[in-house]
Design a protein around this ligand. Structure first.
Ligand SMILES: Nc1ncnc2c1ncn2[C@@H]1O[C@H](COP(=O)(O)OP(=O)(O)OP(=O)(O)O)[C@@H](O)[C@H]1O
Length: 315
């Protein structure tokens, strides 16, 4: 039990160590493209997901039988135009759908566990602990009446241990890791005292308090200016590499997809219409809809115009 726990906690480090010791890389060559890619076990496997709304006007079939997987330490981007069902798909994983929505799914396996029939109590345990969340608007994640430090500590105290000293040390360490300057001082500040960029970083730190296996990120960079957007993407990539976390990333921005995704699932009108390796889908799209999305990016048709993000180690 102890060994399993600590292996899980340090899986990123363990993978790198295995690579070094066994000459057994967790990256391998794609037989079709010859390109180097991560070799991944499946962490999340969602099958036949449907979401409906009962509206006054009738039934709205918002998600129509969506299936996808996310591998351990992989980034899967759900991309598509507004209203295509990306957010509802991601929220379904956590059973956090808005009032009036109903969800059905054939399969929901997370880390080998069938979570499709989890009750609210079990889901609460999963959220924040094994699955972290980051949103476009960090004010959604924070309580305005509590200090940043208290909120980060609460996550740890609730899910990991009642040891306040450890909770404080972890919060300060993570704020520092995500590039929040003077973390000890920031711990005593309220969300409104931080700039937008710092709040975003603090939210990322909060999502990492329990060393989750999966991060669900819903448009986390959409409200940021271009410089801040690049910094946050780079930070996410770097924490993903350090901690070996998988990311389910929702965006409508193909530039962001190209910067961060390993794989991509293109959504249109509640369906996944195309899925595959990011280089293959952006470089050689099969579906007319994907081609149109790429063509709509100003002055950037083709993969060469989509740069990958550089990983910068903050803190
Ligand atoms: N609370 C709700 N009540 C009724 N319909 C909703 C609700 N939430 C979402 N929908 C509808 O479900 C569909 C999918 O919504 P969803 O938010 O998943 O789209 P999205 O691809 O994430 O778009 P965006 O990028 O604009 O958030 C849309 O037609 C939307 O209008």
């Amino acid at each position: 039990m102890f060994i399993t726990d600590s292996l899980c906690r340090h899986r990123g480090f363990v993978l790198v160590l295995m690579e070094k010791l066994c000459n057994c890389p967790y990256r391998e060559q794609n037989k079709e493209t010859g390109q180097d890619q991560k070799r991944l076990d499946t962490l999340l496997d969602i099958g036949g997901l449907e979401v409906d709304f009962s509206l006054k006007e009738g039934l709205l079939h918002a998600v129509k039988g969506v299936s996808f997987t996310v591998g351990r330490s992989e980034t899967l981007c759900l991309v598509g135009e507004s209203g295509s069902g990306k957010s509802l798909t991601a929220l379904s994983v956590l059973d956090l759908l808005p009032a009036g929505a109903t969800r059905r799914m054939d399969r929901a396996i997370f880390a080998g566990q069938d979570i499709s029939r989890y009750g609210e109590r079990q889901m609460q345990d999963l959220r924040g602990r094994a699955i972290g969340m980051i949103f476009q608007d960090p004010t959604m994640a924070f309580n305005p009446t509590m200090t940043i430090g208290r909120q980060l500590e609460e996550v740890y105290l609730r899910h990991v241990s009642r040891d306040r000293r450890k909770a404080r040390a972890r919060a300060i360490g993570l704020l520092d890791r995500v590039g929040v300057t003077r973390p000890e001082t920031r711990m005593d500040e309220y969300p409104h005292q931080l700039s937008g960029g710092l709040r975003q970083r603090a939210m990322i730190a909060m999502s990492l308090m329990c060393e989750p296996q999966l991060l669900i990120a819903d448009e986390p960079t959409t409200a940021l200016d271009v410089t801040m957007q690049a910094q946050v993407l780079s930070l996410l990539k770097s924490v993903q590499e350090s901690f070996g976390i998988a990311i389910l990333f929702i965006t409508h921005d193909l530039g962001v997809v190209a910067a961060i995704a390993d794989r991509i699932a293109v959504m249109k009108s509640g369906l996944i219409v195309e899925t595959g390796d990011v280089r293959q889908v952006l470089g050689n799209p099969r579906e007319t809809y994907t081609k149109a999305l790429i063509a709509a990016v100003p002055k950037a048709p083709g993969l060469a115009h989509f740069p990958r993000v550089e990983t910068a180690h903050a803190g």
